[in-house]
Design a protein around this ligand. Structure first.
Ligand code: SAM
Ligand code: SF4
Length: 352
């Protein structure tokens, strides 16, 4: 079968190729020939912040028994490893509020074929956790920081103190959770003036700063849609203040970000543009939600229930079969440009 536009030919009906000669790992493909090897795991829907673009102020979280236990997470991760997954990202909610975080990292590190373990965090608890996480086998972290201004940070996150994030960044760097990648969601009326000061952090430090276009989700979608600042506007603001952004790596995507460098900068500035420039063609990921569903596309509602079979005693092999079949049904991409938005969850339940 030939998959138009992907340059990939696949002859198997199942989606998982046997290891090729000389290779020891299976490869799981979707129906469009994309190699899916990256699992993003939302460890919990809970968070110690209430960012305005992510969840309502009075967010109601799921009861604890609806969420996977540490052992259940590990069984799904074993299944993913059997399918050739080799890259994992822990996220949330806020992954650092999960009491089993360090043990889950150690379990991931012990799985066959694990190549990279990363985490997306608001950074508030990293001052205490960076060293234990590194010791357990975590490779690196992405830390969210939407502004350097204390008052604005508090307004965006509703609860947070920006100095705690800065301490977390320092701790992550000292622990060797590098390269340090920082993320900001840019929101009209909140922090569009902060893009240049944030990008300037890459001048003296070898950090990657990535700006994200806000995405519409669930019942905060109207607010998010009214607040969007496009990548084009962010780039114009940064270039006006700091000089030309030169493309890195011939302008090719690094994951979901297009990366640039400011004149004489040590680090890099990137843009994640799911709304204005979707990156579905190179998608290599699926997501596991904290309540045990496999979400096939960040921005589409289709999900596969893994929790019910888990609680009926499914083994890792059985889960691997369900995940493989689910990946085969992964949609080509999202339809944000046609105004179709995901409605069944807010971002904190999926993990970004
Ligand atoms: N609590 C962690 C954090 O904030 O980094 C991890 C979970 S958070 C849901 C993951 C990422 O999604 C963060 O970088 C956050 O800024 C981003 N995010 C949350 N809501 C978003 C939205 N509506 N559009 C785009 N990005 C969003
Ligand atoms: Fe919490 Fe992260 Fe959502 Fe902010 S973006 S409320 S830190 S999960």
């Amino acid at each position: 079968m030939d998959f138009e536009g992907t340059g990939v030919t696949q002859s198997v009906a199942s989606g998982t190729d046997a290891p090729q000669a000389g290779a020891t790992r299976p490869r799981t493909l979707d129906a469009f020939g994309r190699h899916i090897n990256y699992l993003r795991v939302s460890l919990t829907d809970k968070c110690n912040l209430r960012c305005v673009y992510c969840m309502p102020e009075h967010m109601v979280f799921r009861p604890g028994d609806e969420l996977l236990s540490g052992d259940e997470f590990i069984r799904v991760l074993q299944a993913a490893s059997m399918l050739g997954f080799d890259k994992y990202r822990l996220t949330g909610g806020e992954p650092t509020v999960h009491p089993g975080l360090v043990d889950i990292v150690a379990a991931l590190r012990a799985l066959p074929g694990t190549r990279e373990i990363a985490m997306t965090t608001n950074g508030l608890r990293l001052a205490r956790l960076a060293q234990p996480l590194k010791a357990a086998g975590m490779d690196r972290v992405n830390i969210s920081i939407d502004t350097l201004d204390a008052e604005r940070y508090h307004r965006i996150t509703r609860w947070g103190k920006v100095e705690d994030v800065l301490a977390g960044i320092a701790a992550a760097e000292a622990a060797g959770l590098t390269p340090i990648k920082l993320n900001a969601v840019v929101l009209r009326g909140y922090n569009e003036d902060d893009v240049a000061p944030l990008a300037a952090l890459t001048l003296a430090r070898p950090w990657h700063f990535r700006f994200i276009e806000v995405m519409p989700f669930g019942d905060v979608a109207d607010f998010q849609q009214a607040s969007i600042v496009t990548t084009a506007e962010m780039m114009a603001r940064i270039q006006a203040a700091l000089g030309a952004l030169a493309p890195v790596n011939d302008g090719k995507l690094d994951g979901e970000a297009r990366m640039y460098r400011l004149p004489n900068a040590q680090g890099q500035v990137g843009f994640i543009s799911p709304v204005s420039a979707p990156f579905c063609a190179s998608c290599n990921r699926v997501r596991l939600t904290a309540d045990g569903t496999l979400r096939l596309c960040l921005l589409k509602d289709g999900e596969i229930d893994l929790k019910t079979p888990l609680r009926r005693g499914a083994r890792a092999e059985d889960l691997a079969e369900l995940i493989r079949a689910g990946i085969w049904r992964k949609p080509w991409g999202h339809d944000l440009k046609d105004g179709v938005i995901p409605l069944n969850r807010v971002m904190s339940e999926i993990g970004g």
